[in-house]
Design a protein around this ligand. Structure first.
Ligand code: NAD
Length: 370
């Protein structure tokens, strides 16, 4: 990594972070980085990405970017969870072994509950179940093990609820009947979202680089139309719903949008911060990605209900439905401040962190307050 000795704390990626832990276990080849951006609201919660980063510096930058994003997502969603994320450096297809995952789990355990992991790109529910054998600080284990299972259905349900708030803002009622929604990316989240949209009597067009993914959706819903992935954002429609990769809204694509709103599950949809304003200038309402796609983490957080009650899917999904209210608050705040919805979401998140931090300055016992 190109970080000079003595300058690691001043490295741009890690600045402002509470803790960045490097975990190395030579016998299994484990090289992992756990980043805790903020634990003001609670333990840092965020998935483990298993990815063949070209350089270690790239891995540090990615894990820090992702952990910071989790702080904001949890804060705006009203969760008592902080921002954390982890990466395992390497190709999961060749490097994954029982020993490596268990060694990684021991390092999580060593953080004593400051970090709670979950599934992410490159890790699986089987990995979470294996991590559970070494540490309780893991979420999203199988439902049979008392976990909340795959978060994707809850994420899709959250986007569906966010779409209600979008419809209400644009057309006066939370009703998608007859509205045309283009879903780009019909993987775990996108495909489940299509099910909800069809049920809501929306007109649906899908796109995916995987023919298999498209065929699976069309087999279930023969009325769904299909478009080439690189044309999806330009289809004339009511809502464009990016459910694949990030950075789909850019200086190049925004002028081509022919929708009234963008609302989807993909992370980091804006290529740059300036694209939030570009969307407004183009007359497109944007439901900020980390507000709309919080269903998965809201579902996972329900595994650790403050009352100690076991995970309950109905309770979790009712809480996910609250995303509609968060989207409404974001739009209201953007209007009131004359700013973009993305900036408004950031402000709401920062204000909540500040409010909770100030409350926690009140000493309630002889032990140190967090
Ligand atoms: P997934 O891998 O199951 O599905 C992604 C789909 O997008 C795949 O079918 C893939 O073929 C397709 N795709 C890739 N590139 C594409 C392109 N250029 N155009 C169109 N389609 C393309 O992933 P997922 O779990 O469904 O997640 C989708 C997005 O939502 C990701 O950005 C993810 O980070 C985000 N997200 C997911 C969750 C969750 O609970 N799974 C939670 C929050 C955010």
């Amino acid at each position: 990594m190109a970080i000079e000795a003595g300058s690691v704390f001043a490295h741009a990626a890690v600045e402002g972070f509470e803790q960045v832990a490097f975990c190395h276990h030579e016998p299994t080849g484990l090289k992992a980085i756990i980043a805790l951006h903020s634990t003001v609201l609670g333990p840092g919660l965020g998935g483990t990405r298993f990815w063949p980063y070209a350089t270690e510096a790239e891995a540090v930058a990615d894990v820090c970017r992702l952990a910071r994003g989790m702080t904001y997502k949890h804060a705006v969603s009203g969760l008592d969870a902080g921002g954390g994320k982890a990466v395992i450096v390497g190709d999961p297809r060749t490097l994954r072994s029982e020993g490596l995952i268990r060694a990684y789990a021991r390092f999580i355990d060593g953080l004593g509950g400051r970090y709670l992991t979950a599934e992410d790109v490159g890790t699986t529910q089987a990995d979470m179940d294996l991590i559970r054998t070494e540490t309780p600080y893991v979420t999203g284990a199988s439902e049979s093990l008392g976990g909340s299972g795959d978060p994707s259905p809850a994420t899709a349900w959250g986007v569906r609820c966010a779409l209600d708030a979008v419809a209400e803002r644009l057309w006066g009622a939370p009703d998608l009947a007859g509205r045309h929604v283009v879903v780009s990316g019909v993987g775990k989240v996108g495909a489940a979202l299509v099910d909800h949209l069809v049920e809501a009597d929306a007109r649906v067009t899908v796109a995916d680089i995987s023919e298999r993914a498209v065929l699976a959706v069309v087999a279930r819903h023969p009325g769904v139309a299909v478009v080439e992935p690189d044309k999806a954002h330009a289809v004339e429609c009511d809502v464009f719903s990016p459910c694949a990769l990030g950075a789909v809204l850019s200086e190049a694509t925004i002028p081509e949008l022919a929708c009234a709103a963008v609302c989807g599950s993909a992370n980091n949809q804006l290529a740059t911060a300036a694209d939030g304003q570009r969307l407004i200038d183009h007359g497109v309402l944007y439901a900020p990605d980390y507000v709309a796609n919080a269903g998965g983490v809201i579902n996972i957080a329900e595994e650790r209900h403050p009352s100690g009650a076991p995970y309950d899917r109905d309770r979790a999904w009712a809480r996910v439905a609250g995303i509609a209210d968060t989207v409404r608050s974001t739009f209201d705040r953007a209007e009131a401040d004359g700013t973009t919805p993305a900036e408004a979401a950031d402000r709401l998140a920062e204000e909540r962190i500040e409010a909770v931090a100030s409350v926690r300055r009140i000493r309630t016992s002889n032990r140190e307050t967090p």
